[in-house]
Ligand binder design. Structure first.
Ligand code: UD1
Ligand code: UDP
Length: 385
């Protein structure tokens, strides 16, 4: 059973669900919590995934506690009914950790996809760093995207035999999507694509950036728009009203700023490919951009994705208005710096992470799980109640 609820989880579990569906030896059950609504549905639609269960929990202004409680309460009877051999959760969202806990309470083995990411700062990203650490404590199998994430798990005492390095399934999703010809629904984006102008793609949504930080980012980008009239800033807005309230006052009504609704993943992938530079606080985009050879300026002070920084493609710039302006200005003005960042390689995988994950699931089918939290021993392929 795969349980997910937000856009990034949906993108990253899609290749795994597709692989499970295509296999002869697994029966796939999908549960969406609906922590996100439109942004989640967009992804399922694109990948042709029709969830078996939908908890439909989203409300505007939802608190972390509300999401957590609704997921646990909604998922429990489904776990009872479906009796899955194992539950797959992805990453670090509230859906992910709540679903892991609900499964753990029923002594169903938890498979953690994208395990072992650590920023080292419990308050950033908030609450995701805590979520992923909690999930690590109760997971039976840790599917780590890179050797760095594996090392993080080992440093915390996780048993090596329960960790498999698979690559990140986001690269599978990206390659599945980027190989298709895609047209923008929005004629303005088609015109921009044809114009050959430099595109600065901006996305921001992180909880710790809500409020003053995001206001500053908006002002910084408005200043850049003024200084570089040849550059078009494109901003697919997160659905969260708080994000819109913070960004739009500074960026509305500027000739070379285009604000749009979230794009479906196919169109967003094309927009990333067309972009000159990406400025973001997104986790997934930090992983995708290196594959596309796009420099990324990250609106955060720390990252759980240091591989991109080490490879030279991503750079942490924080959210201070002056710093954001300075770093963007530098990259838009220096061809040498730009070429150095754009020329780096992708450290996050080569597109076979979903198959590696299935392989790891198979190899663990008859193996006793070594749970650090050590409940009673569980065996994959058997549901214990
Ligand atoms: C969540 C995740 C975050 C992930 C992000 C991806 C947690 C704690 N946070 O944050 O890790 O990076 O998703 O985008 O799990 N909304 C809609 N429609 C949608 C989606 C969101 O209207 O399709 C609005 C709702 O008003 C909702 C609000 O956005 O209440 C916030 O959504 P929420 O899932 O709580 O937080 P995100 O910031 O999206
Ligand atoms: N994305 C998308 N449409 C958009 C913006 C982003 O499909 O308009 C994709 C992006 O390519 C990446 C994922 O959404 O795969 C990232 O989601 P988000 O930034 O919301 O969450 P995070 O990765 O930070 O958890």
């Amino acid at each position: 059973m795969t349980v997910y609820g937000t856009r990034p989880e949906a993108i990253k579990v899609a290749p795994v669900i597709k692989a499970l569906e295509a296999s002869d030896d697994f029966e796939s059950v999908t549960v969406v919590t609906g922590q996100h609504r439109e942004m989640l549905d967009q992804v399922n639609e694109l990948f042709g995934i029709v969830p078996d269960h939908d908890l439909n929990i989203m409300s505007h202004g939802q608190t972390l506690a509300q999401i957590f409680a609704r997921v646990i309460e909604g998922l429990d009877p489904i776990l009872e009914k479906e009796e899955p051999a194992a539950v797959i959760v992805q990453g670090d969202t509230s859906t992910s950790t709540a679903a892991a806990l609900a499964a753990f309470y029923r002594q169903i083995p938890v498979i953690h996809l994208e395990a072992g990411l650590r920023s080292g700062d419990i308050s950033s990203p908030f609450p995701e760093e805590a979520n992923r650490r909690i999930t690590t404590q109760i997971a039976a199998l840790h599917l780590a995207p890179t050797e760095v994430s594996r090392a993080n798990l080992l440093a915390e005492g996780v048993d090596d035999s329960t960790i498999v390095v698979t690559g990140n399934t986001v690269i599978d999703a990206l390659l599945m999507t980027a190989s298709k010809e895609v047209h923008f629904d929005d004629p303005a984006l088609e015109a921009l694509a044809a114009s050959g102008r430099r595109i600065l793609l901006l996305t921001t949504h992180r909880r710790e950036n809500w409020g003053a930080a995001m206001l500053g980012v908006g002002r910084a980008l408005a200043q850049i728009a003024l200084e570089f009239p040849d550059v078009e800033i494109v901003l697919p807005l997160h659905r969260n009203p708080l994000v819109r309230e913070a960004l739009l006052p500074a960026l509305n009504n500027i000739a070379n700023v285009t604000t749009i609704e979230p794009l479906n993943y196919g169109q967003f992938t094309r927009l990333m490919s067309l972009s000159y530079l990406i400025v973001t606080d997104s986790g997934g985009i930090q992983e995708e951009a290196p594959s596309l050879g796009k420099p990324v300026l990250v609106l955060r002070d720390s990252t759980e994705r240091p591989e991109g920084v080490a490879a030279g493609t991503t750079r942490l710039i924080g959210t201070c208005q002056e710093d954001v302006e300075h770093q963007i200005r530098q990259l838009l003005s220096s061809q040498e710096l730009y070429d150095r960042m754009a020329g780096s390689t992708n450290p996050y995988g080569n597109g076979d992470a979903a198959q590696s994950s299935l392989h790891a699931l198979r190899s663990n089918t008859d193996r006793r799980s070594a749970n650090p939290g050590n409940m009673q021993t569980t065996t994959f392929g058997t549901t214990r109640k």
